[in-house]
Design a protein around this ligand. Structure first.
Ligand code: ZN
Length: 219
């Protein structure tokens, strides 16, 4: 049954040229990295990849699918089209362009932490399970509603930041995702230092509000 927290994947569409280019790419040994010589085909494949990224970014409110970093305006140096089942392993290659196997992630989560491993897949050999949420140890960008497992709370005022991750109690996926993507590294609270200097400044108030919000989620 469709999860009301997740936009449907079924509404994603490629046009005829893009579909044909993707089909040809999938015949190649490296489907995602295939470079057609035909300019029209090259354009169609680029257009398909652009559509995939735009679709997934909007699906996650413009945020990284793993750490919820806001990628609004971040551009290609910070944003990756992420293959959830890595594209390098032969068993996963047929899913190089499958919309359910793609997402938008920040460079840190994709390149630095997730890389090309698949330890997060429960059964990496049975392709009939690849579209099941239960076959993934982390919060799957397309089969799980992130907010049901993890909430990223944050506020920034000038040079002061507060970032807190709240895990849903009892969610194994929250714990696994939190560890796998080292989300503790992203937690920060530089508002604390302002306390004691000025009693009622806006920044302290903001930090207090985010902490209160965190407590509210952390029930
Ligand atoms: Zn990220």
């Amino acid at each position: 049954m469709a999860d009301p927290y997740l936009p449907a994947l079924e509404d994603f569409e490629l046009n005829a040229d893009e579909t044909a280019a993707v089909a040809k790419a999938l015949e190649d040994d490296k489907p995602w990295d295939w470079k057609p010589e035909d300019q029209k085909e090259l354009q169609a494949l680029k257009s398909a990849k652009d559509k995939i990224l735009a679709y997934h970014l909007s699906r996650h409110g413009g945020n990284c699918c793993y750490c919820r970093l806001n990628l609004n305006g971040a551009g290609p140096y910070m944003t990756d089209r992420e293959h959830i089942l890595p594209k390098g392993k032969p068993v996963y290659k047929p899913f190089s362009y499958s919309i359910w196997n793609l997402a938008a992630a920040c460079k840190r989560c994709n390149m630095q932490l997730k890389r090309s491993g698949d330890a997060f897949v429960v059964d990496p050999d049975d392709s009939t399970k690849f579209q099941d949420s239960e076959n993934y140890r982390f919060v799957h960008p397309n089969f799980d509603a992130y907010g049901k497992h993890l909430i990223r709370l944050q506020a920034q005022a000038d040079a002061k930041n507060i970032v807190i991750f709240v895990k849903t109690p009892g969610s194994e996926k929250a714990t696994y995702t939190h560890n796998f993507f080292a989300l503790h590294e992203l937690q920060v609270d530089s508002f604390d230092k302002a306390q004691g200097l000025e009693e009622e400044n806006l920044e302290t108030e903001l930090a207090a509000r985010v902490r209160a919000l965190a407590r509210e989620f952390d029930q």
